[in-house]
Design a protein around this ligand. Sequence first.
Ligand code: FE
Ligand code: FE
Ligand code: FE
Length: 225
Amino acid sequence: MRGPGAAEGAIRMGGVPKSRRPGGGRGGGGPADGKARGAADGVRRTRSARSARILQIETVMKIDSLEKLLIHELKDLYSAETQILDALPKMEEAASNEELKTAFREHHQETKGQKKRLEQIFEGLEFEPRGERCEAAEGLVKEGEEVIEKIDKGDVRDAALIGAAQRVEHYEMAGYGTAVAFARKLGKHDVADTLTQTLEEEGKTDRNLTRLAERVLNFKAMAIA
Ligand code: FE
Ligand code: FE
Ligand code: FE
């Protein structure tokens, strides 16, 4: 079940806590389920207005608790994974080395699972995953696209693609590492454990890319010099 939860019900953050959906909120269910108490901290929004206000609330919402910060971090990661999911097939197509293509393809599959994990976490926390745009992922993906535009297909492009991909993995590792720490601090150990699975996949992908970079550089790109 939900943890301390006092703040949880209060955060809107673009989310639609299910306890507030028809039949679950206002008045009736209040004190009995204990969740209603959390709604009284000044960020309460009426149910009827929630959809139209999601983005508005997002932008005016103050992040004034670790719990809200965790939700913010998770939304950022969700946006990042969504963007990365779109980018990986393009990177696979742009690569030449078969092992590198396979790595991108496999990580694309893995990323689908990571996105699903985040959706499950949001389900458990009773928030919507959308509402944030990860600008860092947008920039990193754009840099990957520039590599493809500027460098002809071949070993040098492969080396550059690996560099671009590793920047993405490191960004993800920082994000998931942060979210795991916040979740643990909040006593949400099931959330932390789920996020740790993804963190480990990102780390494994990063190490695999390092291994592939050594091959690409040693056997091919270096010969150009
Ligand atoms: Fe990922
Ligand atoms: Fe971000
Ligand atoms: Fe990744």
